[in-house]
Write a protein that binds this ligand. Sequence first.
Ligand SMILES: Cc1cc2nc3c(=O)[nH]c(=O)nc-3n(C[C@H](O)[C@H](O)[C@H](O)COP(=O)(O)O)c2cc1C
Length: 248
Amino acid sequence: MLIAEQVEYRWGEFSIMKICVINGTPFKGVTHLMKEEFLKHFSEDNEVTQFYPKDIPPFCVGCKTCFLHGEEKCPHASRTVPIWSAIMDADLLVFAYPVYALRAPASIKSLLDHMCVHWLVHRPEPEIFTKTAVIITNSVGAPNGSAQKDVKTSLSWMGVSRICSCGAGMMGDIFVDEMTKKHRKMLESKMVKLAGKVKSLKPYKHMSLKPYILFIFTKIQHKMVLKSEAQPSLDNKHYIDHGWIKNR
Ligand SMILES: Cc1cc2nc3c(=O)[nH]c(=O)nc-3n(C[C@H](O)[C@H](O)[C@H](O)COP(=O)(O)O)c2cc1C
C-alpha cells in the first residue's frame, strides 16, 4: 500500500516500546487505578511519558494560527508541542479518562481541539499511521461508548490505524478506598485482558482501511484546493513535500 513505504517501521519488540499516556483527570480514583493496572503488565524497560490536565493546553482560542502559519505559533505551543512530540515518539498511546456528561472530559477535548491541525484534512504525520492507541474509561454507570468515540474520531482522522478501547461502569462504586472486592477484580481482569490484547498485536506496517479511505478523499480535496491557490497553503505544501500530491 502507498503508505507502507513512507512510514518508518519501529515496533519490532515490546522491550523497546515507548508509551505516552494522556490522563484526563488528576484525581487518583478509578481512572488512575485502571491505568496503573494496565501499565503494570508492561515491562519496566518500557519508557512511559505521562501528561495530566495541568500539562494540557487551555481551551483553543480559535485564532487558526496553527492551520495558517504553523502549530509552533499556537499561543499554547509551550503545552501542545511537548505533548505532540511525545505522541510522535511513542509506539503506544494511552488515553485514560472518566466519563463526564456522557462524553470525554473537557481536559481531553481541549487537547483534541489543539490536535486538529494534524488531521488528514490538514497536516497529518505519517509516523502516526501505524501507531496503536488504547482508550481506558469509566463511569458511575452510563455506557462509555460516546465518551470513547470523542477520542476515537480524532485519532481516526489523524490516521491512527488501530484503536482498542475498554470501559467500566462502576454501578455507583466511585471511590477506590471504598470499592468492593468484586468491582476491583472486575477492573483488574478488564485491564489484564486489554494489556494481553495489546501485547499480542502484531507490528502494524500498513494504514488500516478506514483511515486509508479517509486519506484518499483528503488527497482529492487537497488537489482540488491547490488548483485555486496562487501559492500552496501550509496544508498543501505538507502534502506536496510528502509526495502525496503533485505541485502544479
Ligand atoms: C463532572 C462529572 C460528570 C460526570 N458525568 C457522568 C455521566 O454522565 N455518566 C456517568 O455514568 N458518570 C458520570 N460521572 C461519574 C464518573 O464518571 C465516575 O465517578 C468515574 O468513576 C470517575 O472516575 P475517577 O474516580 O477517575 O474520577 C461524572 C462525574 C463528574 C465529576
